[in-house]
Design a protein around this ligand. Structure first.
Ligand code: NDP
Length: 309
């Protein structure tokens, strides 16, 4: 794997075989894992020997997913029901987790929805999209923060996001300014999301410079990326790394099985990011799975991860 010599940040290469810092006692939670990238990521992490908690909003679908993985010889997987859009479900999950596990090492916020076909842009379900893709993951993360192991290896949060939620998709300069600020706060992010939902309600969102593709979904991921940065800053030097990752156009139900690669391929890259060796770990970054043959830093400081596995 080669890198640009001009890169200023420590380089992340997901193609390097990860130094195994984890053990069978290392605990990872993956949300929305009954299918798609989440399911593939649970499989990958279980193959690599972690203890994985597969969560899904539907008990039957979740149990079926676990059965399918057990049939492949993966027995280090536990299922618990978790609907990330429902605060009661989050509360039940977190209390079950704290009663049954000593600590948490990795949280992958993967669950998400979009109600649009690839070429559509309806915001009819904007409330649900924002609640599932941003507010729920944030609530879950905040509730789990006290559970992260801080004594040994650095714990990790990986927010599965999308390049549709990149800052350069925002046409409105004042919103861009707020989200780009070094002083960005959680209240600022909630303010941006609230403004969007208000404009959806009043039917004025179309001309306000929001991302043009899958607007509600893009705003949810924009907020998730911003939260990633704020949380990373809050935990700087305190044993917790927080990053976002866009898996690229992946063949799953969300894309009606269209895409450049499979969920298993996306999961291999996601697992490598989640399991980076301690000395290579970064925080507050947005990793994009790119098409090039080397890993590089883009102009807006995102880390473009090579697709060459
Ligand atoms: P899928 O639609 O295949 O999977 C989404 C998963 O999220 C399903 O398991 C779904 O469960 C679950 N989910 C939805 N709502 C909830 C909820 N309220 N609580 C818990 N789980 C829920 O999509 P992908 O695998 O493609 O998506 C995984 C992640 O990757 C998402 O964050 C997505 O935004 C991101 N991504 C995907 C891209 C792609 O091209 N596929 C591109 C960029 C980002 P159920 O079966 O019950 O609906």
């Amino acid at each position: 794997m080669r890198f640009k010599e001009t890169d200023q940040l420590p380089i992340i290469s997901p193609s390097l075989s990860p130094t195994r810092w984890w053990s069978e006692e290392t605990v990872a939670i993956v949300t929305g894992a009954n299918k798609g990238i989440g399911f593939a990521l649970v499989k990958r992490m279980a193959e690599l020997g972690l203890k994985v908690i597969l969560t899904a909003r539907d008990i039957e679908r979740g149990c079926k997913a676990v059965e399918a993985l057990r049939a492949q010889g993966l027995h280090n997987i536990t299922f618990f029901c978790l609907d990330v859009s429902d605060p009661c479900s989050i509360k039940t999950f977190v209390s079950w987790f704290s009663e049954n596990f000593v600590a948490l090492d990795i949280l992958v916020n993967n669950a998400a929805v979009s109600f649009n076909e690839i070429n559509e842009n309806s915001v009819e379900h904007a409330d649900t999209v924002i609640r599932t893709n941003f507010k729920g993951p944030k609530l879950l993360t905040e509730a789990l923060l006290p559970m992260f192991r801080t004594s040994s290896a650095i714990s990790r949060i990986l927010n599965v996001s999308s390049r549709l939620g990149s800052l350069n998709k925002v046409g409105n300069p004042s919103i861009r300014e707020v989200l780009r600020s070094e002083k960005l706060s959680e209240d600022d992010i909630e303010g941006v999301v609230g403004l969007f939902l208000e404009q959806v309600k009043t039917g004025t969102w179309k001309t306000r410079g929001w991302p043009e593709l899958w607007t509600d979904y893009a705003v949810s991921k924009l907020a998730l990326n911003a939260y990633t940065r704020v949380l990373a800053k809050r935990y700087e030097g305190r044993g917790l790394s927080v990053n976002s990752f866009c898996p690229g156009f992946t063949q799953t139900s969300m894309t009606r099985c269209k895409g450049d690669h499979t969920a298993d391929e996306a999961a291999i890259v996601a697992a490598r990011l989640a399991l980076l060796p301690q000395e290579k770990i970064q925080s507050g970054k947005f990793f994009l799975w790119g098409s090039g043959s080397s890993t590089s830093i883009s102009s807006n400081n995102n880390v473009v991860v090579s697709s060459k596995l």
